[in-house]
Design a binder for this molecule. Structure first.
Ligand code: GLC
Ligand code: CA
Length: 558
């Protein structure tokens, strides 16, 4: 095994340049501002930053409607600023990955403009056209309730064009070899400017067959291998993190049987069942999801997350399960979105209850994979439900008690700063939390620090063990002759469990608590009796703190 696979234990922090920090006072976050916050991010301990799209865009879908892949949107700065930023991140040992949005372009992109105005344009076939209105024109919308169709008539082209997402996002004809070549060119360009890889947007749609004649879209998985090969040749340590909300039975098609396709995928299966488990105070659905997604190539990795830039998509749960998550975390229609999800941020979903927030994050950090955090969640930021769709959870970062939370000197921030209620910036901001040793910010910093000292999570084999209590999840990792154990009580009531650890006899007798003084010595029968408060969590080293002396240099040896 190659020890250098950095993404196996990455702590990834996702943010949007436009809402993070505005340096020039025009109300819009920019690269100059973000660069000044690099020390904050470095101090928090994140190992990689994932930037949402920042290329030129009319900005009608949070930048996911790109009009020029080779430019920084002038509102955020220049290509020069971008390179200063990736360079400054690199100096701090922080990697940068960026969104790669190539399923569609903006309808303002020069390619689409050329394609629609001229049937002979070389770009005509870069998009997906139909002379007649396709029969399935009102099927397959990604944003039901907001998006009315997947085909629109374009008067200039005198033809219908396909758009899986909003009508201003015409789909690229990704089966076209010229389009495929262009995608590689885009990747090569940003690699050259200092990024360590891509979060690839909407992957199942990118690789799908498209067209009016296509009844049942087919995924062309080989495309993924081609992209990976290109990337690995250009820069060996660059990765692709795929956004693919798919069923466990197809996971291996995305990773590739021999790990030759996507390096990473977000684990949507675990994400949805985790929220169901939290809603019910029952760890079993989460256990099942972990099992269902356990097998993956050795070099591949899951991205584990709680909330992201979109709604919490619960589309893979049964209706009944989804209803119970709605009831627990988003009971009002205004909190829900697209008939399948919840659009709130994490802290308000958990009623701002510190015990539950800590437990949820502790869980995320200890699940098998790399952790992906959302900006502002380290402070427990809230949402603004008066904003449309997913905007509610994309409000500016709350830095201090200065006007507009110190995000901008302008009186007109790009999105309103949360200024009232329990999540207003008077109460929730980085400056105040930095000064308070017990703040969520400092808790997050400490937990990230500890997470990095437990590489077993990213590298090891895991087993989720019977605890005798449905609300308690216990996961034990083994890697290179070291063991670590994590126990979480998803329920509100205290629970006592009896646990047999998997580590061999001698080492299994002692559990050293990594976060407090409450260690455990096995009973005479070899089992551990652990008492957890409601929403309690424990991180244990199995055996003792001399584990590093026992760690072997290669896998599979004891
Ligand atoms: C992904 C993004 C989402 C965007 C969509 C279309 O799902 O996460 O924000 O709207 O793709 O690009
Ligand atoms: Ca600005």
């Amino acid at each position: 095994m190659i020890n250098d696979l950095w993404y196996k234990n990455a702590v990834i922090y996702c943010l949007s340049v436009d809402t993070y920090m505005d340096a020039n006072g025009d109300g819009i976050g920019d690269f100059a501002g973000l660069m000044r916050r690099l020390d904050y991010l470095h101090g928090l301990g994140v190992t990689a930053i994932w930037l949402m799209p920042f290329q030129s865009s009319p900005g009608r879908d949070g930048g996911y409607d790109i009009s020029d892949y080779y430019q920084v949107d002038p509102r955020y700065g220049t290509l020069g600023d971008f390179v200063e930023f990736t360079h400054a991140a690199k100096q701090r040992g922080v990697r940068v990955i960026i969104d790669l949005v190539v399923n569609h372009t903006s309808d303002q992109h020069a390619w689409f403009q050329s394609a629609r105005h001229d049937p002979k344009s070389p770009y005509r076939d870069w998009y997906v056209w139909s002379k007649k209105r396709p029969r399935n024109a009102n099927k397959g919308m990604v944003f039901p309730g907001v998006q009315k169709s997947t085909w629109n008539f374009d008067p200039a082209a005198r033809a219908w064009y396909f758009h899986r997402f909003y009508d201003f996002q015409p789909d690229l004809n990704t089966s076209n070899l010229h389009v495929q070549a262009e995608i590689l060119k885009i990747m090569g360009f940003w690699i050259q400017l200092g990024v360590s890889g891509f979060r690839m947007d909407a992957v199942p749609f990118v690789i799908s067959t498209k067209g009016a004649q296509v009844r049942k879209p087919v995924e062309q998985y080989e495309m993924l291998r081609a992209m990976r090969e290109f990337l690995q040749w250009r820069q060996g340590d660059a990765i692709i993190l795929a956004e693919a909300n798919v069923l466990p039975s197809t996971d291996m098609n995305y990773f590739g049987r021999s790990g030759d396709r996507m390096h990473m995928m977000f684990n949507f299966q675990v994400n949805q069942h985790l929220f169901y488990a939290l809603a019910k105070g029952d760890a079993r659905p989460l256990r099942h999801a972990l099992k269902a997604t356990q097998r993956l190539p050795k070099t591949a990795q899951w991205g584990m997350f709680l909330r992201n830039n979109d709604e919490l998509d619960l589309g893979r749960l049964t209706k009944k399960q989804r209803e119970s998550v709605f009831a627990a975390f988003g009971p009002e229609p205004a909190m829900q979105l697209y008939e399948r999800g919840i659009r709130r941020r994490l802290a308000p979903m958990l009623d701002g209850d510190r015990r539950r927030i800590e437990m949820a994050y502790s869980l995320m950090f200890t699940l098998p994979g790399a952790a992906v955090l959302r900006y502002g969640d380290e402070l427990g930021m809230g949402d603004d439900l008066s904003l449309p769709e997913r905007q509610c959870a994309r409000t500016p970062m709350q830095w201090s008690t200065e006007p507009n939370a110190g995000f901008t000197k302008s009186e007109n921030p790009i999105l309103p700063v949360i200024h009232e209620g329990p999540y207003g910036y008077d109460h929730v901001n980085a400056a105040a939390q930095r000064r308070d040793p017990e703040s969520l910010l400092n808790w997050t910093e400490r937990i990230i620090r500890m997470r990095k000292e437990v590489p077993e999570i990213g590298w090891g084999r895991f087993e989720s063990m019977a605890t005798g209590e449905s609300s308690v999840l216990a996961i034990e990792y083994e890697w290179r002759n070291n063991w670590a154990l994590f126990v979480h009580n998803l329920g509100s009531a205290p629970r006592e469990i009896l646990l047999t650890v998997k580590a061999p006899e001698g080492s299994g007798k002692l559990l050293i608590n990594l976060l407090s003084e409450d260690h455990s010595q096995a009973q005479a029968d070899g089992r551990h009796r652990l008492l957890l408060e409601g929403y309690g969590y424990r991180w244990y080293r199995v055996g003792g703190l001399d584990y590093l002396l026992k760690r072997s240099d290669i896998d599979g040896s004891t």
